[in-house]
Design a binder for this molecule. Structure first.
Ligand code: GRF
Length: 208
């Protein structure tokens, strides 16, 4: 059984997709041990509560230093015996100590086809604004392992989404969530939970 911690900052629709996936059986061999948010007002916390999932707010603002925040986050993960950390719209940079300790055990959902529209400054609606400004015809979402860089870890799954001429950033964001994020994040968790994912020379190999 894979113990998950899902880290959130906002609405939690990706968290909801994971919860629904576990409850429907689309995701097997995994359970959410904790939902961690840096934002006490995140609706994602309400979603966790509705499903009886333990949740906690751990924010850099609660601590005198970033180091104390980093330590508190690490202690929470260790205390829950977490096997896989899932970043689902988590807007806090993880400490390198955590990434090293959880090497290839932290995954992130990014709302573009990496390496396009990613890296510093590309998050949330800004990703879709960039895609529309560039005039791309296809965008999508990526699930990747988190390494010390920003959106640079080994890619696990990607799902393309067609851009439509009348798209606004909001319309495009919604379609990318519906058609890509909410599908590939649960799928990636199920594959990892069932031992079908491994990393070789920085590339992800999936046993289907
Ligand atoms: C999603 O668009 C995701 O791609 C990005 O942040 C957003 C989180 O949305 N990382 P939600 O909190 O899962 O609804």
């Amino acid at each position: 059984m894979l113990n998950l911690a899902v880290c959130v900052s906002g609405g939690g629709t990706n968290l909801q997709a994971i919860i629904d996936g576990i409850e429907s059986g689309a995701i097997t061999n995994a359970r959410i041990k904790a939902v961690i948010s840096n934002n006490p007002g995140a609706y994602a916390l309400e979603r966790a509560k509705k499903h009886g999932i333990a949740s906690v707010c751990i924010s850099p603002k609660q601590f005198g230093s970033r180091e104390e925040f980093n330590q508190a986050l690490l202690e929470k993960l260790d205390s829950c015996q977490v096997d896989l950390v899932v970043l689902a719209g988590f807007l806090v940079v993880l400490p390198e100590t955590l990434i090293q300790k959880y090497q290839n055990r932290v995954i992130n959902i990014h709302p573009s086809l990496i390496p396009s529209f990613c890296g510093t400054g590309y998050y949330g609606l800004k990703v879709h604004e960039g895609a529309l400004k560039r005039g791309v015809k296809v965008t999508g979402a990526t699930v990747h392992f988190v390494d010390e860089g920003t959106d640079t870890g080994p890619i696990i799954l990607q799902q393309p989404v067609m851009v439509e001429q009348e798209d606004t950033p909001e319309l495009l964001q919604r379609r990318v969530m519906e058609q890509a994020e909410w599908k590939i994040l649960p799928k990636a968790i199920d594959l990892i939970a069932n031992g079908k994912v491994r990393v070789e020379d920085g590339k992800v190999l999936i046993q289907e």
